[in-house]
Design a protein around this ligand. Structure first.
Ligand code: SAH
Ligand code: SF4
Ligand code: F3S
Length: 441
C-alpha cells in the first residue's frame, strides 16, 4: 500500500479540497500518513495569495528533495499549480506532477500515470461531471466541525488579487445537495459546520432546488434559513463580501439561534480612494451602514476583517482613514497583510510605491491599535458565560482543553478528554492576548 503525505497551505477552501483528496486516495487504496519521511508520495496543496505563501512551496520542495533518501514522488496541487502549470517543472527539478485547482479529483490517476510512465504529468483541466464533494470522517481536520463548500471561485477581480485566476469563475452548489450534506453531517454527530466560499453571500445556484420554500431577500439568506432548519447545532460562514452583504443575513441570524453570532467582513482599506483603486465595489459609507446593522443586532455579533496596508498610492492620510475605520468598527480581530504584488493582476501594473519598510511600519502601527481594541473587546467577556464547543487539548498547557465560542473566540479551560465534542458553558475569568480563559460551569 502506497503511503501519501499531504501538506496544505492557504485558505479553508484548500483545507477542504485536501480533505477530499485524502478521502479519494483512501478509497483508491492509498494510506494517508502524517509522517513525511516514510511517504512514497508527497503532496503540497498550495496557495498563491501573497509572495510569502508561494515561496513556502519552493522551500518545501527543496527540503524534501535534499532530506529524503528514498526519493518520494512529489505532486503540487492547488493555486500555485493552476497558475504556474508547466513552468513549475522547469523551475523545480523535484516535482513529478502538477494538478490545478479543479483537477484534484483525479489525483490518483496522476500518481498512477507517473508510476507507470516515469514521466512528468500535468493536468489543469476542469472538474469532472460527477465530482464527489463528500469527505470521510477520518480525513476531516476535527471530528466535530466540518467545512461545507457552497460556492467556489470568484468573479470579483479586486485588482490586487490572484484568486479569480487561480480558482476560476464562481460556481454555486445546488441548495438540495448542501442540505443533504448538512443532514448527513448532523446524523454523524458533527456539531458545527462552516459554510465556505471566497464570497459566500454571492451564492447564486443555477436553480433554487431545495430552497424554494424558504424565505430570504437573496439566495444566500434563503440558504442560511434552510441550513438553520436542519437543526445543525452551530452554523458559521466565511467569507462575506461587503457589496453583497444584505441586511437580511443579519435578520436570519436574529431569527435562528443556531446561526452563529460571527461575521467576517473583509474591508481591505479605510480609504475610498484606495477602495476604488482596488475595485472593491463598495465605499466606506456603504461598509459602515452594514456594520451598523450588524452592531444593532441583539445577538451581539462579533465582527472580524481583513486589511491590506501599503497598496500602491496609499498615503499617510489613506492609512489614517484605515485607522479611523478600525476605531469605528471595533473589530473582534483583524488579519492585517502587507500588500504583495501578484503577477498577472491589474494592480501589478501600478507602481508599488510604498517601500517595504513603510509597509511594515503601518502594519505594526495598525496591529498595535487593533491589540488595544481587542483587549477591550475581550475584557468585556469577563465574568460572562459563553458556550464552547470543546475541540482538543490545548497545545500550550497539558491540563487545559480548548474550543471556540459561537462568536468564534478561542477559550481555554481546565478539563479532560471526556469533554471533547461537547458544547459546554464556561464562565470567563481572564483574557490574555488572543485567548479567553474560564472555568467550566
Ligand atoms: N475572498 C475573500 C478573501 C480572499 S484572500 C475576500 O474577498 O475578502 C484573503 C485575504 O488576503 C484578502 O482578504 C486580502 O486581505 C488578502 N490579500 C489578497 N491578495 C493580497 C495581496 N496581493 N497582497 C496582500 N494581501 C492580499
Ligand atoms: Fe480576491 Fe476580491 Fe475575490 Fe476576495 S472578492 S477572492 S479579495 S478578488
Ligand atoms: Fe490561497 Fe488559493 Fe485560497 S490563493 S487563499 S489557497 S484560494
Amino acid at each position: 500500500m502506497k503511503k501519501v503525505y499531504l501538506e496544505t497551505f492557504g485558505c479553508q477552501m484548500n483545507v477542504s479540497d485536501s480533505e477530499r483528496v485524502a478521502t479519494l486516495l483512501e478509497t483508491k487504496g492509498f494510506e494517508i500518513t502524517p509522517n513525511e519521511d516514510s511517504a512514497d508520495v508527497i503532496l503540497f496543496n498550495t496557495c498563491s495569495v501573497r509572495e510569502k505563501a508561494e515561496h513556502k512551496l519552493y522551500t518545501r520542495v527543496g527540503q524534501v528533495r535534499n532530506s529524503s533518501k528514498q526519493k518520494p514522488m512529489v505532486g503540487v496541487l492547488g493555486c500555485v499549480a493552476q497558475l504556474e502549470g508547466e513552468t513549475l517543472f522547469e523551475q523545480n527539478r523535484g516535482i513529478d506532477f502538477v494538478l490545478g485547482t479543479k483537477a484534484v479529483g483525479r489525483v490518483h490517476e496522476a500518481i498512477e500515470e507517473v508510476d507507470r510512465t516515469n514521466k512528468r504529468f500535468l493536468d489543469l483541466g476542469e472538474r469532472e461531471e460527477n465530482y464527489d464533494w463528500s469527505v470521510s470522517d477520518s480525513q476531516r481536520q476535527t471530528p466535530h466541525i466540518a467545512f461545507v463548500p457552497i460556492i467556489e471561485g470568484c468573479n470579483k477581480f479586486c485588482t490586487y488579487c490572484i484568486v479569480p485566476f487561480s480558482r476560476g469563475r464562481e460556481r454555486s452548489l445546488p441548495g438540495s445537495e448542501i442540505i443533504r450534506e448538512v443532514l448527513e453531517l448532523k446524523r454523524k454527530g458533527v456539531k458545527e459546520i462552516h459554510l465556505i466560499g471566497q464570497n459566500v453571500n454571492s451564492y447564486r445556484p443555477k436553480s433554487d432546488t431545495g430552497l424554494e420554500t424558504f424565505s430570504g431577500a437573496t439566495p444566500f439568506s434563503k440558504l442560511l434559513r434552510a441550513v438553520a432548519a436542519t437543526g445543525m447545532e452551530r452554523i458559521k460562514f466565511t467569507t462575506s463580501f461587503p457589496r453583497d452583504f444584505h441586511p437580511d443575513i443579519v435578520k436570519a441570524i436574529d431569527e435562528h439561534q443556531n446561526l452563529c453570532n460571527w461575521v467576517h467582513l473583509p474591508v481591505q482599506s479605510g480609504s475610498d480612494k484606495i477602495l476604488k483603486a482596488m475595485r472593491r465595489g463598495h465605499t466606506i459609507e456603504n461598509y459602515k451602514q452594514r456594520i451598523d446593522v450588524i452592531k444593532q443586532s441583539p445577538r451581539n455579533i462579533s465582527l472580524t476583517t481583513d486589511i491590506i496596508v501599503g497598496f500602491p498610492g496609499e498615503t499617510i492620510e489613506d492609512f489614517e482613514d484605515t485607522k479611523n475605520l478600525f476605531e469605528y468598527c471595533q473589530y473582534d480581530s483583524a488579519y492585517i497583510f502587507r500588500y504583495s504584488v501578484r503577477k498577472g493582476t491589474p494592480s501589478a501594473e501600478l507602481n508599488d510605491d510604498v517601500p517595504l519598510k513603510e509597509k511594515t511600519r503601518r502594519f505594526l502601527e495598525l496591529e498595535n491599535l487593533q491589540k488595544d481594541i481587542q483587549n477591550k473587546v475581550l475584557a468585556s467577556y469577563l465574568n460572562k458565560e459563553v458556550e464552547v464547543l470543546v475541540e482538543r487539548k490545548s497545545s500550550k498547557n497539558e491540563d487545559q482543553m480548548t474550543g471556540h465560542t459561537t462568536c468564534h473566540k478561542v477559550v481555554n479551560f481546565i478539563g479532560s478528554n471526556d469533554l471533547l465534542g461537547k458544547i459546554i458553558n464556561v464562565k470567563i475569568t481572564e483574557s490574555k492576548s488572543n485567548t479567553l480563559f474560564g472555568v467550566v460551569l
